[in-house]
Design a protein around this ligand. Structure first.
Ligand code: FES
Ligand code: FE2
Length: 347
């Protein structure tokens, strides 16, 4: 035991990030510009934009976007920002409409983003509706999930990378969303991500979850834009025993006959929102109670992480912490994520 510990080369032990990466508002601005506004963002079920006029609007690290299906069946996405004086066109969430009417001064856009009417605007010789369409952003659907990107630096499939083969055997597009849940807490988004990509904290923070898996067989491996965690489940665990985190900020955990996804969206440098969706193959009324229980037990596990993340963030902000070592056994995912962040914001 001692010998094998000594054999680990100290040079290879990674250290946690400097706390300023979590607490400095300037660092957060760099992450917005170099990570969130350049990467594909998973916005939930593509079902929400299946019908003409149906839309999903969301915030991406503060930038508001809108994906909407046109009358011509084409899926488009735009900045959810009026070209007049910048009001938000539709509220965040999913819905449907026949036109996009800005709530501020009633400018009207068609579903394809073209400006149609500007009531009471007045005549101007050089004002032409055609000059003021909504600003487009990129949109794609992958296996039933909706993705948008403001200014993508790579294709969606290049970003998904090793996630594509990892999920090839799972029928994720056959699952239907049954619930959305939003949770907000006061910690930097990377404090939560560091926590998500390691199972090292399961014995301390999730005692019931710990009892329900073979923790000694817990495995964490870092791949291209993917951290994969797995453990053999014991009887009665609602998880299937595989948890995935994808660069830069979404997760997918498998149940038997279903899954959850989440997007980790920063509301600021010290506040984060999780947008969870729960999907199941089965939608029979007589099994609805069991599905609701699965969702509640899953949310209990998610909430158990908040307190430790909030307190850890406060310690980083207090200048009371210097970077400690990362476990070679359990924190390869943390090391991979932190290195990826450094590469993204330092170039
Ligand atoms: S900001 Fe939209 S109509 Fe004025
Ligand atoms: Fe956790």
């Amino acid at each position: 035991m001692t010998a094998s510990r000594k054999s680990v080369n100290r040079e290879t032990i990674m250290r946690n990030l400097e706390p300023s990466y979590y607490t400095d508002p300037d660092m957060f601005r760099r992450e917005c510009e170099r990570v969130f506004w350049r990467a594909w963002q998973m916005l939930g079920p593509a079902d929400a934009v299946a019908q003409p006029g149906s839309y999903t609007a969301a915030r991406i690290a503060g930038a508001s976007v809108l994906a909407i299906r046109g009358r011509d069946e084409t899926l488009r996405a735009f900045r959810n920002v009026c070209r007049h004086r910048g009001a938000q066109l539709v509220k965040h969430g999913s819905g449907s409409c026949s036109l996009l009417r800005c709530p501020y001064h009633n400018w009207v856009y068609d579903l394809d983003g073209s400006l149609k009417q500007t009531p009471w605007f007045g005549d101007g010789e050089d004002f032409d509706l055609a000059d003021w369409p909504l600003e487009p952003v990129s949109v794609e659907v992958w296996r039933g999930l909706l993705f948008v990107a403001i200014d993508p630096e790579q294709s969606l499939t290049a970003q998904l990378a090793d996630t594509i083969p990892e999920l090839s055997g799972e029928p994720i597009e056959t699952y239907r969303v049954q619930r959305e849940e939003r949770l907000v807490f006061d910690a930097n988004w990377k404090v939560y991500t560091d926590n998500f990509v390691e199972g090292y904290h399961i014995p301390g923070i999730h005692p019931e979850f710990f009892q329900a898996i073979e923790f000694d067989a817990f495995e964490t491996t870092a791949h291209d834009n993917l951290v994969r965690m797995s453990a053999p489940p014991r009887e009665g665990l609602f998880y299937k025993g595989k948890w995935l985190w994808m660069w830069p900020n979404w997760t997918l955990s498998l149940f038997d006959g279903g899954m959850n996804t989440s997007r980790i969206d920063p509301l600021g440098h010290d506040r984060t929102e999780l947008i969870y969706h729960f999907y199941f193959a089965d939608d029979a009324p007589d099994t609805a109670t069991a599905r609701a229980q699965t969702i509640e037990r899953n949310l209990d596990v998610v909430r158990q992480d908040f307190e430790i993340c909030i307190e850890t963030h406060a310690n980083y902000a207090s200048h009371g912490y210097r970077p400690g070592p990362l476990s070679p056994r359990h924190e390869q995912g943390v090391a991979w994520f932190q290195n990826r962040i450094l590469a993204a914001i330092d170039h």
